[in-house]
Design a protein around this ligand. Sequence first.
Ligand code: GLA
Length: 381
Amino acid sequence: MRERVESAFTERFGQRPGVMTRAPGRLEILGNHTDYNEGTVLSVAVDRAMHVAAGLAPGRICTLVDLGTGSERTFDADDLAHPKKGDWANYIKGLIVEMRRRGMAVPAFRAVLLGTVPMSAGMSSSAALEMAMVLALSRLAGVELPWLEAARIGQACENNYVGARTGLLDQFSSLKGRAGSLVYSDFRSLLVENVAIPDGTAFVVVNSMVKHNLANEYNERRQACEEAVRVLQRVYPGVKALRDVSPAQLAAAEKELAPVVYRRASHVVGEISRVAQGIAALAGGDVARFGQLMFASHDSSRENFANSCVELDLLVEIARRLPAAYGARLSGGGFGGISVHLVRAEQATAYAQEVAGRYRDQSGRTAEAMICTAAAGAGLL
Ligand code: GLA
């Protein structure tokens, strides 16, 4: 990958790149829609990533070349005020806007990109693009960017330029991954730790191939969580976010909340509790228990948060019937995209084939199944 972006850059622009970076996609393992509720998440950075070779450009025109799709973009470095709806270049233009807002002098540049994270699938291809580019652009701007600032710039790009009110999970995971480890993030303290992946297990990712379109439904879910906080604050002064509400407190306040808002809040509060239980299960070497928590997480997505779909439900049902699976659930925003399955490592290949086959028989759709391993976080190449 490194050689491919490097030689493509040199061929195209007649000089060597000034900087090369790599940033991985991620899987959300436990803790769904908890990040913007100041909760906790277990995730993993995967061995699929965005690779970037970049250098300074003469004049003010920036050029982006995506080797994977053959698509190219050029834009004026001083004309970034208007995002173009649905354009992938927004993820980069938005970064420049946010970096400049923070006082960084981002120069005109050109870049060659090559990504292996499936797009619009819930594996954070956009965060991989943002983190690879923000590292490259900060280098070209001559700035040492602390990792938290890099994450916040990516999030601000999504929130302000792209229009999705996402949290910090995807950027944290892409930046703080480590081979063999999960990333445990606390979105209140903003502390991150690595937690070992249990021996003898593997993650199988099965893409339902239903494309998810995050922005509208996602923002709506976020509003429901904010509404829940407003009501719960009247019952429990001192509540600042759903992180502050225990499952028992939420249940006791059920009648105060509209039924749909109650279900949305139940999901988030339940997820935060499941992450704590999951950490304890891992610490005690109880992988079976951890898997059960993944199944419970999916049930709650389906019933409470309504961010699953029939295809994802089917994939998780298939997993429940296969002894090789410890657990399975949707991963990321939801509404389509991937499911993640924690399985016995020695059976992972056969399992991936079996799930894809059963899914095809029962849904008529062709799923893409892959084994993902935990990889290092974003950095210079
Ligand atoms: C998307 C968002 C994240 C997070 C997840 C759900 O991936 O980008 O911030 O909210 O959905 O957990």
